[in-house]
Design a protein around this ligand. Structure first.
Ligand code: ATP
Ligand code: MG
Length: 331
């Protein structure tokens, strides 16, 4: 059975973009693939985090995975820092990566620009840790949003470089980027993506938003000039709203356009708000339904299953590299 791996950082608040671009696809792919879904807290600390908040967000995110429909009987859900093999392989890949290719990454440039007290080296090395996450599991497919495509390409390059220099060790993964909703934009600035770490509370629909907040945000959403409601790249705000509508209803783009023919922006916004509220309500209820004990049990089991796979790959990589143990053999 082929394998998928993906993750979300326990930073900020999980938003509709994360769901539409990533998590929604994990849920549908989990029955076709052996699946690992990670809460990538080592990635989160590439920018400053409050330790207590980080710990809480890590567990909350596990609840979101479950509530969205990740089945722990089928898929492996685990916390990145619980499997130290991630950090160990990341070091190996850091030694293989070039500073120039890391500095070229769009995410690095964006996030580095926001750091006030100097840019952490972890932010630069973010993609090598992500490559380690993926390669440890001999992953075939990585379901992510459009913004991660560049990191996936680097992951492939690093895997190929290692395989060429040290012998065939890692499977070279393919990205899975959805045709619709791969990049959900901010409701307040349709040229920027919705992001957990931005202070963009009015531009993002958070999974834990109540009905009032959802309605307010859609009502205030920026629109484009003109009145027509149709998909059009030159009108990013309306296209973004229509994309969200399309995903939440599961309809074809043409059907959506037909539905809104002759209607105004206010109608689109109010229908969207209703849809989003109805979508979020059961999800929020399910997320609240998991006790701490249940979560611990689940994350423990996930760690064990993940580590077994990770260790085998790391052992092989170390053997290839000549990193041998005390008795002359790599372990
Ligand atoms: P941060 O601002 O902390 O980086 P984020 O919102 O970008 O948060 P991540 O944890 O970095 O979220 O990414 C989790 C997954 O969600 C990735 O697969 C990413 O591609 C996807 N994703 C993030 N933002 C969007 C978006 N606006 N539209 C579609 N997919 C997205
Ligand atoms: Mg991100």
């Amino acid at each position: 059975m082929k394998r998928i791996f993906s993750g979300v950082q326990p930073t900020g608040n999980f938003h509709l973009g994360n769901y539409i671009g990533a998590l929604r696809n994990w849920v549908s792919l989990q029955h076709e693939y052996e699946s690992l879904f990670c809460i990538v807290n080592l990635h989160a600390i590439t920018v400053p985090q409050d330790p207590r908040v980080l710990a809480q967000k890590t567990r909350d995110l596990a609840r979101v995975y479950l509530a969205a429909g990740i089945d722990p009987e089928v898929s492996i859900i685990f916390i990145q820092s619980d499997v130290p093999e991630h950090a160990e392989l990341a070091w190996v890949l850091t030694c293989l990566a070039r500073i120039s290719e890391l500095e070229r990454m769009t995410q690095f440039k964006d996030k580095a620009a926001k750091q006030r007290e100097g840019v952490g080296a972890g932010l630069l090395n973010y993609p090598t840790l992500m490559a380690a996450d993926i390669l440890l599991y001999q992953t075939d497919l990585v379901p992510v949003g459009q913004d991660q495509k560049q990191h996936l390409e680097l992951t492939r390059d690093l895997a190929e470089r290692f395989n060429r220099d040290y012998g065939e060790t890692f499977r070279v993964p393919d990205p899975f980027i959805p045709k619709v909703g791969a990049r959900v934009q901010s409701l307040s600035d349709p040229l920027r993506k919705m992001s957990k770490s931005d202070d963009d509370a009015v531009g993002s629909i958070f999974l834990l938003d109540d009905a009032d907040a959802v309605r307010r945000k859609f009502k205030r959403a920026v629109t484009d000039s003109g009145t027509e409601i149709r998909f059009d790249e030159s009108r990013p705000a309306i296209t973004n709203l229509l994309t969200i509508y399309q995903v939440l209803t599961g309809r074809e783009a043409r059907e959506v356009e037909q539905h809104f023919e002759g209607k105004g922006y206010a109608q689109l916004k109010s229908e969207l708000a209703d849809l989003a509220v109805e979508f979020l309500r059961p999800l929020q209820e399910r997320a609240r339904g998991y006790s701490d004990e249940e979560l611990d049990r689940l994350l423990d089991a996930g760690r064990e299953r993940a580590q077994q796979i990770a260790r085998a790959t790391l052992d092989e990589a170390k053997r290839r590299l000549g990193l041998v143990g005390a008795r002359g053999r790599a372990r």
